[in-house]
Structure formats: C-alpha cells, structure tokens
Ligand binder design. Structure first.
Ligand SMILES: [Zn+2]
Length: 167
C-alpha cells in the first residue's frame, strides 16, 4: 500500500512539472488537463492513505491480541511448571514405595523404609501409583482398604483364625 502512495507522489510530481511547462507556454487546455491529472493523483494518494490507515488499525488490533495470547501462554507455562514440579516430587516419593501383598491378598504399595509408625501404616493404591499419583488407601471396613478411584482392596489385617462352627 505504501508503494501506491509513493507511486502516486511520483505521478503528482510529473503532473506538477507538466503544469509548470503549460504555464510557461501559456496553454490553457494543457494547464486544465494537467490540473485534472493532479487532482486525480491526489485522490489516488488519499485513497491509498486511507487503506494504509486501515491496515495500521488491523495491525494494532492484531498486536494487542498477540500480547494477550502471550500473557495467557506465559500463565499456562507457569502452571505447567508448577504441575511438573509437583509430578516430580510425587514420582520421587513413590520411589520410596514398593509393591506389597497384604494379608488378605490385596496388591498395594507400601513404604520400603518407613520413618515413623504413621508411615508404616500407610498403604498406597498400586493402580494410582502406576498412573503417577499418590493415593493413600483408607480403611473402608475391617477387611478392606478403599481407593476413591479404583475401589476396594483386601486390607493387611489377618484373619483371626479358622472359624470353628459348633453344632
Ligand atoms: Zn487408585
């Protein structure tokens, strides 16, 4: 669009030279024709200027949208970094656990080297651990531990012994 403006200015300068020549030779028809041409070139330049202004407005809007998108992407990136750090911490913590079969045959994750009685009592869901999540199984009933996502697994509470039925 800028090239149209420069081209129009060049054509206008040529018309001005024609007007100067026409005035010098005192040719009224040539002067009138050159003035019409000058008016047409001025109109062309004005039209090109309007188009350049429209393009500039579109670029301003596009630039604003790009800045907004960049802000959104920077926030998402920061959130992903936090999530990644959390996932790394969970992964490191899960390495402290190993598969373990409870007294009732449930497959869970249990701490390899518990540092406290509380940690000794914690069982993790093996399915969740396989997905990189740390879910502490909660005692559902006397015989079962429960994962909110994967359901029940046999607890580590042993049978009290064979049930003797007396008849
Ligand atoms: Zn689970």
């Amino acid at each position: 669009m800028m090239s149209a403006i420069f081209s129009g200015i060049g054509a206008l300068k040529t018309r001005i030279d024609v007007v100067k020549t026409s005035v010098a030779v005192r040719d009224d028809d040539m002067i009138a024709s050159a003035l019409r041409e000058m008016t047409d070139r001025l109109f062309d330049i004005q039209q090109a200027s309007v188009l350049v202004q429209q393009d500039n407005l579109a670029l301003i809007v596009q630039n604003k949208q790009s800045v907004e998108l960049q802000t959104v992407l920077e926030k998402k990136y920061a959130q992903l970094l936090v999530a990644f750090d959390g996932a790394v911490k969970v992964s490191e913590d899960l390495h402290r656990y190993a598969l373990y079969t409870t007294a009732r045959g449930g497959i869970v994750m249990h701490c390899k080297n518990p540092k406290s009685p509380v940690e000794e009592a914690i069982y993790l869901c093996a399915s969740c651990a396989g997905e990189g999540k740390k879910t502490i199984l909660q005692l559902d009933t006397y015989l079962w531990l429960r994962c909110p996502q994967h359901g029940k697994v046999g607890s580590d509470i042993p049978d009290s012994g064979p049930n003797v039925m007396m008849f």
